[in-house]
Write a protein that binds this ligand. Structure first.
Ligand code: NAP
Length: 341
């Protein structure tokens, strides 16, 4: 791949997408992002500029709702020179009124709308990368199979009916159903482009640019932020035991996913390793001693045990394809907390 490529990325304002855009621009790729409003596009452009990046390499298109029929048609009609399409947009929230309308439809229809637009108007597209999730790979909560090995061939057993039972399972189900729809589309349509799917676990790490509102971060970083803000908010943080990856590594994986031939046709489970909220708490109080008095002590006995709740991830294949060492938990937590201070 050369820097002559024109890369499109959906959901450009997102936590992960902003890091991807940063890497794309640093590598000299002309980048077009979809955002939900002109205001959000202008904000992002000014963040890139103030971050010292060549903002002239970035432009945006407005796609208000990826789930609306034909959502990406105009974007591809206007930019027929797009050669790489990254689909990162999807609702990442557990606060929804209607699981079907607010989670499942935008995730599944959003993916199909992107692929249909490429089919109709994206004749120069050679590579497509879709951000799926570990949620598509392994079961969570009642659907978890603790101790079972999962790898790049594994699928979460969750069904559409189970996904409709609560917003947490709704998000998990939205990712599995969207990825299933994607592979079916590839199978049925035999497109001219090659596909890579990135399946991140919990993504931690600093935001790509300055954070204006520190009271609530993107869903995954709330695992860390809720420990930091527990005192002020007088809210006991929900505790987790799962797998993590740093956002800077997730971004790198998306870029390598279209740059590397070996990544074509693959699912990439980007996971560095396990974490518990208790470990995150320990890292924070060890590395930021002045915070110790501000943060309520975390009662680790109330947290889930990793061995009772999680499958065993074997992502050797992904690590070999990507070929770089992932950031460890301490650095990921330290850099996240340092940015919030
Ligand atoms: P994020 O910060 O919430 O970003 C999501 C992006 O999608 C935002 O730009 C959002 O726009 C956009 N979006 C959501 N619904 C939309 C809709 N209906 N129409 C148009 N745009 C819409 O989340 P993230 O953590 O960066 O997640 C990015 C991708 O990674 C998602 O596909 C997510 O499922 C996947 N993922 C994330 C994690 C994680 O731990 N963070 C783990 C595994 C997979 P607005 O902000 O303007 O609403």
């Amino acid at each position: 791949m050369s820097s002559q490529e024109v890369v499109f990325i959906s959901g450009a304002t997102g936590f992960i997408a902003q890091h991807i855009i940063k890497l794309l621009i640093e590598a000299g790729y002309k980048t077009i992002g979809s955002v939900r409003s002109e205001e959000k596009g202008e904000d992002l452009k000014s963040l890139l500029k103030s971050g010292g990046l060549k903002s002239e390499l970035f432009s945006y298109v407005v796609v208000k709702d990826i789930g609306a029929k034909g959502a990406f048609d105009e974007a591809l009609k206007t930019h027929p020179n797009i050669t790489v399409f990254l689909h990162a947009a999807s609702p990442v929230t557990f606060e929804v009124a209607d699981i079907e309308k607010d989670l499942l439809n935008p995730a599944v229809e959003g993916t199909i709308n992107a692929l249909n637009a490429i089919k109709e108007y994206g004749k120069n597209v050679k590579r497509v990368v879709v951000t799926s999730s570990y949620a598509a790979v392994a079961g969570f909560a009642d659907l978890a199979t603790p101790g079972k090995e999962v790898n790049e061939d594994s699928w979460n057993p969750i069904t559409r009916e189970q996904a409709l039972t609560n917003p947490f399972l709704g998000y998990i189900g939205s990712k599995k159903l969207a990825e299933k729809a994607l592979w079916k589309y590839v199978e049925d349509n035999k497109p001219q482009w090659e596909i890579t799917v990135v399946n991140p676990v919990f993504v931690f790490g600093p935001q790509a640019f300055e954070v204006k509102d520190k009271s609530k971060l993107n869903a995954s970083n709330e695992v860390i932020n809720s420990i930091l803000t527990a005192g002020k908010k007088k809210e006991e943080p929900q505790q987790y035991a799962s797998y993590f990856i740093d956002v800077r590594d997730v971004a790198k994986a998306h870029v390598l996913a279209f740059e590397k031939k070996e990544a074509a046709g693959q699912r990439l489970i980007v996971s560095e390793g396990p974490f518990t909220s208790g470990e995150i708490y320990d890292i924070i109080v060890e590395d930021f001693p002045k915070l110790k008095s501000e943060i309520p002590r975390l009662d680790k006995s109330k947290g889930p045990k990793f061995e009772d709740s999680e499958s065993i991830v074997n992502n050797e294949k992904t690590r070999k394809i990507l070929g770089f060492k992932f950031i460890d938990l301490r650095k990921s937590v330290d850099d996240t907390v340092a940015q919030l201070q």
